[in-house]
Every structure is written in structure tokens, then in C-alpha cells.
Ligand binder design. Structure first.
Ligand code: OOG
Ligand code: MG
Length: 263
């Protein structure tokens, strides 16, 4: 699958435009790999960067990063066995309410978020990564693949910024110990009824391992995580379709996170 030849700058820009317009127009598109069967992972991350550059040129700012496909449940749900990352912008941040207007086929999933208290670069251990954090919080990620029927290959989903759409985080609290953070029960409820139940250990063995993995992946491109940025460590369970209603995430030791979803 990996291609020898890199994509031209024009091709990277063209694919980024296609994905960006699909999101802006809430329209599904065909998989890029269907057209470009040898799309390499490096080129897919280049498309992702070009896609983010388009959002930044419209005035959005980078809020942080997300890890994806870090749990077995997600890997099995999407049929891809390799963790990936994407970029979160301030425009994706949902406070208490989120509108489904302009979304294609959104899903919601339970996560743990970190806030960096200082810059984190290089290839840290999970303990070192956690020591760089100034807070942790329950988080809900809303995904919305730009691909038809939410179906994609690894390079496709990387190019599409890891299906990022929106995220809600909080309330923040001081970072729990490694031991506690690695064994938290996470319950996502819809309309007061539990819909997904998972454990923080499902996230790459430990959410801090996911944060450390993100730092390592970024360091290969010479990027470090800046102080203040938010990191979503990845979903602990598979994602569920999101419809208008009230969603709540309860994580042991944290205040619950509530999100009202409107049509
Ligand atoms: C890809 C993004 C996966 C996670 O937390 O595992 C992800 C997808 O499932 O569309 O965000
Ligand atoms: Mg996610």
C-alpha cells in the first residue's frame, strides 16, 4: 500500500480543498485512496496539515491535538489497527450546547483530555508526559467523517484530520496519579441512560501512554506540544451515532461533563 512517490504539492492542496469543502458543505465524498491507491501515510499527514492551514487562514486557531484509534473497541469498529492523530481548533470547541446543523453523520465517544502546563516534546515516557500536564478532564468527542458512509482506510482518515468535528471538555481538575488515571470507569449516557461503558485503561493501556505516543509521533515531524494545549487521548469505547438530546460523561473522581445536542 505504501507508495514510493510522494504526492505533488498541487495534489496535496487539491485533496485538502476537497476535504475542506466537503466539511463546509456537509457533503460526503469518495475515499481518496479509491482514486490514489498508493496514498502514503506521510502524504496523508501533509494533506491534513494543508487542511488545517485552510482553517487557520479563515481565522481559526489551534486548540490542541487528538489521538484516535487508541482503543481496541475503536480499532475494531473502524477496521484500522494503528493509532493516528489530528489537530483540534478553537472552532471545534463546544461549550454546553452543540448544534448538529452542518454535520454529515456525526458520532460521539467518551474520552479523557489533558491540558499541558508546559511544553512537551521528544519521546517522553507516560510518567514524563503526565508530569507536563496541569489538568485532566472528561471529554466528549464528536466525530464526523467526510467520507461516504463513514468508511475509510488509514491514509484517508489521517488526511481527513482523524474525523475531527467538535469536542467538549471539562470540568478540569488536577491530574490524578498514574495509578488512578489508569483505572477510571467511564460512562457515557444519552438521555440519562448509559449507552457506553469503558475503562481508561482501554486507551492505549493508559491515557498517559496515548499522550506520550502523541508527543513521539509529533516529534518525528519536529513539532512539540505547546503549554496550554488540550489533548484528547482517544475514545475508551466505540462511538455511537449522535442525535439531538442530552449526553453526559461520568468519569470516576471527576465532575460529570454534560452536553446538550440540538438539531
Ligand atoms: C477516527 C477517529 C478515531 C478515537 O478516539 O478513536 C478517534 C474515526 O473513528 O472516525 O477519534
Ligand atoms: Mg476520538
Amino acid at each position: 500500500m505504501a507508495a514510493e512517490s510522494a504526492l505533488s504539492a498541487d495534489a496535496v492542496a487539491g485533496f485538502a480543498r476537497r476535504l475542506d469543502e466537503a466539511q463546509l458543505q456537509a457533503r460526503e465524498i469518495d475515499s481518496l485512496v479509491q482514486e490514489c491507491s498508493g496514498l502514503a501515510l506521510d502524504d496523508a499527514y501533509k494533506i491534513q496539515s494543508a487542511l488545517i492551514a485552510r482553517r487557520l487562514s479563515r481565522g481559526e486557531t489551534i486548540a490542541g491535538y487528538k489521538m484516535g484509534l487508541t482503543s481496541k473497541a475503536k480499532m475494531e469498529q473502524m477496521g484500522i489497527r494503528s493509532p493516528i492523530y489530528g489537530v483540534l481548533t478553537d472552532a471545534m470547541r463546544a461549550a454546553e450546547e452543540l448544534s448538529l446543523r452542518g454535520k454529515i453523520h456525526p458520532k460521539i465517544e467518551p474520552e479523557i483530555a489533558f491540558r499541558l502546563g508546559r511544553e512537551l516534546g521528544g519521546r517522553p515516557s507516560p510518567e514524563e508526559a503526565l508530569a507536563a500536564c496541569s489538568g485532566a478532564a472528561p471529554a466528549l468527542e464528536i466525530l464526523d467523517s467526510r467520507y461516504r458512509n463513514f468508511k475509510f482506510t488509514l491514509p484517508d482518515v489521517v488526511a481527513d484530520n482523524a474525523s475531527s468535528c467538535a469536542f467538549a471538555v471539562g470540568p478540569w481538575r488536577p491530574v490524578p496519579s498514574m495509578e488512578k488515571l489508569g483505572a477510571l470507569k467511564m460512562v457515557l449516557s444519552e438521555g440519562g441512560v448509559p449507552a457506553q461503558v469503558g475503562l481508561s485503561s482501554a486507551i492505549l493501556g493508559h491515557p498517559a501512554a496515548s499522550l506520550a505516543e502523541l508527543a513521539s509521533l509529533l516529534s518525528s515531524s519536529g513539532v512539540s506540544l505547546p503549554a496550554g494545549c488540550v489533548v484528547l487521548a482517544g475514545a475508551a469505547t466505540s462511538a455511537i451515532a449522535v442525535k439531538p438530546g442530552n449526553f453526559e460523561l461520568r468519569v470516576d473522581g471527576f465532575e460529570p461533563l454534560n452536553l446538550r445536542v440540538g438539531g
